[in-house]
Write a protein that binds this ligand. Structure first.
Ligand SMILES: Cc1cc2nc3c(=O)[nH]c(=O)nc-3n(C[C@H](O)[C@H](O)[C@H](O)COP(=O)(O)OP(=O)(O)OC[C@H]3O[C@@H](n4cnc5c(N)ncnc54)[C@H](O)[C@@H]3O)c2cc1C
Length: 400
């Protein structure tokens, strides 16, 4: 079998699957309707339990308290954690923290690692990432108004961002701000750490999404930077490197996200099949006997399996050759898996009938919130354009 997990990962998967089934699935039905604040309390002892099990922050190197997994190895784990709404959070490998951890690990100064990275990995603080602005198309990331003007040893930051996921309760954000408006467009911006207790950091609102304004970790913050002063040493990497670092942050990030989506699809698939055989349309006549339901099950199985192969192949390529060599595949998995997820969730909800749109299963929650999968991390259309452009460029060379 292509891409079977290596034995040590297969063992980990079994342990995680059991943990999710016993500890997290029962909490979903209680806390999805109630919100994150209540869940946070219930999940805190489970996070400690995960630490004791030696499975904490599996994507981080061992010397930082993680498991030192390669991208491909963590991809399998990310799928498994994706099966529960709370999986990644409880194992401290949830976005946006995971992206910021990887960013700081690769490009943070020693001081930044001490002050921000270590407590983030320990799960003592949370973080967010502020790039998208309401006034500009996020699909054109070089177009932004937020500025960081240097005054002596400080940057003075002004700007307006939204969709800073998990800003509510975060200890810091990594903001993307223009540091040199006259530089070539991909060298204009830098990434700068702004602590959220900075007087110039204002969380204006949690933006309501799919009927939920959210709480704490499960929020999308609208944020304003009003003369936020931070030391120059809060910049990550060199001045003007913001877009280069953003691309780096997004490469492995797409593996994490798409494998999480595959985990969600697997759970939806499991719920769909269980319900189809158990729900009777008349005594002795289960829903699963209907041809259309069987077609949905078969199509979903094939689509999930195809998606997993594509993502694992991309992860292996990144591990072996780096993100740049795999840039086409990284774009392909983004839209391919997001589309698959939406179709599988939709079929699973349809099979559940009215129950499917309640919060008695996680399906409706995911359907509402993961619709965004086709938008964030680069809208699907942008990735399709990029893939097609590269392919056609080769053909165009041969047009006489
Ligand atoms: C749930 C969620 C979480 C997010 N988290 C974060 C976060 O933590 N930090 C952060 O900074 N941002 C975050 N974002 C923002 C996200 O990155 C942007 O929404 C995304 O980049 C798209 O930008 P936009 O919303 O401005 O849409 P626009 O750029 O205005 O695009 C609108 C639509 O136009 C179409 N389109 C765009 N470009 C093209 C093209 N070239 N060809 C054809 N069609 C096109 C697409 O269908 C797209 O959906 C999040 C968004 C969501 C929904």
């Amino acid at each position: 079998m292509l891409y079977a997990p290596p034995p040590h990962i297969a063992d980990m998967i079994q342990t995680i699957r059991q943990f999710l089934r016993e500890e997290l699935y029962p909490l979903e039905r209680i806390y999805i309707p109630r919100g994150f604040k209540g869940a946070e309390e219930a999940l805190a002892p489970l996070r400690q339990k995960v630490k004791k099990m030696g499975l904490w922050a599996p994507h981080m190197p061992k010397e930082y308290g993680g498991l030192g997994l390669s991208l491909t190895e963590f991809a399998y784990i990310s799928e498994e954690l994706g099966r529960s709404v709370f999986g990644h959070y409880v194992f401290n490998s949830a976005a946006p923290d995971i992206g910021n951890m990887e960013l700081l690990l690769a490009h943070g100064s020693e001081e930044q690692k001490e002050r921000w990275l270590k407590p983030l990995i320990a799960g003592e603080i949370r973080s967010c990432f502020s790039m998208t602005e309401p006034e500009h198309a996020g699909s054109n990331p070089v177009w932004m108004s937020t500025t960081a003007v240097r005054e002596g040893d400080e940057y003075v930051i002004n700007g307006h961002k939204w969709f800073s996921t998990s800003a509510d309760g975060a200890a810091f954000t990594v903001v993307m701000a223009v540091t040199d408006p006259d530089a070539p467009k991909h060298r204009r911006a830098s990434m700068i750490i702004v602590p959220t207790d900075n007087p110039g950091f204002v969380l204006e609102a949690n933006t309501p999404v799919a009927g939920h304004v959210g709480e704490g970790y499960f929020t999308h913050g609208e944020v304003r930077f009003v003369n936020a002063r931070v030391p120059v040493s809060n910049r990550i990497g060199e001045e003007g490197e913001g877009f280069i670092l953003a691309q780096e942050r997004l490469g492995p990030g797409r593996i994490h996200h798409t494998m999480r989506w595959i985990g969600i699809a697997e759970r939806a698939f499991d719920l769909m099949c269980r319900y189809a055989v158990q729900r009777e349309l008349a005594p002795g006549d289960p829903l699963s006997s209907r041809q259309i339901v069987r077609a949905w099950i078969a199509e979903s199985r094939a689509e999930i399996d195809a998606a997993r192969l594509l993502v694992l192949d991309t992860a292996a390529r990144i591990d072996e050759q780096g993100a740049y060599a795999a840039r086409n595949e990284i774009s392909e998995i983004k839209f391919f898996v997001a589309g698959m997820l939406q179709r599988v969730l939709d079929r699973a909800i349809q099979v559940h009938g009215g129950l499917g749109v309640t919060d008695y299963t996680p399906l409706a929650y995911w359907y509402g919130h993961e619709r965004a999968a086709r938008i964030y991390d680069g809208a699907d259309e942008v990735h399709k354009m990029v893939v097609a452009r590269r392919i056609l460029r080769e053909y165009e060379k041969h047009v006489s």
